[in-house]
Design a protein. Structure first.
Length: 106
């Protein structure tokens, strides 16, 4: 959680802990639906999720329903398409970097 970084351990959790990037869950869902490897390899999932999220604009919300309530169906579809494009790119990018590293090690 974004705001829990640096918080003293004795401080109680608050509503600040609910702040998150709306795209995070969308990206994770897309990765686990489209990549078998993402379901089996936690490092691959984390790496591809980071690459994909860095290609998307941040959309911070407290509650997911807040976002879906204010989005038109067209806007939601654009977001879904953007997530698909970003995750497809991320999968290929991470695989290509792994291949480069493997070639360097030989």
């Amino acid at each position: 959680m974004l705001l829990s970084v640096g918080r003293k351990r004795y401080q109680a959790d608050s509503s600040r802990d609910s702040i998150h990037n709306y795209y995070e869950q969308m990206v994770l869902d897309q990765l686990t639906q489209t990549s078998e490897r993402a379901n089996e390899d936690a490092d691959f999932l984390a790496d591809t999720a980071c690459v994909a999220l860095n290609r998307l604009p941040p959309r911070y919300v407290r509650h997911d329903v807040d976002m879906t309530f204010f989005l038109s169906p067209d806007d939601l579809q654009k977001m879904v398409n953007s997530v698909a494009d970003a995750t497809n790119y991320a999968i290929e990018y991470v695989k290509s970097r792994e291949a480069e590293k493997s070639n360097e090690d030989e």
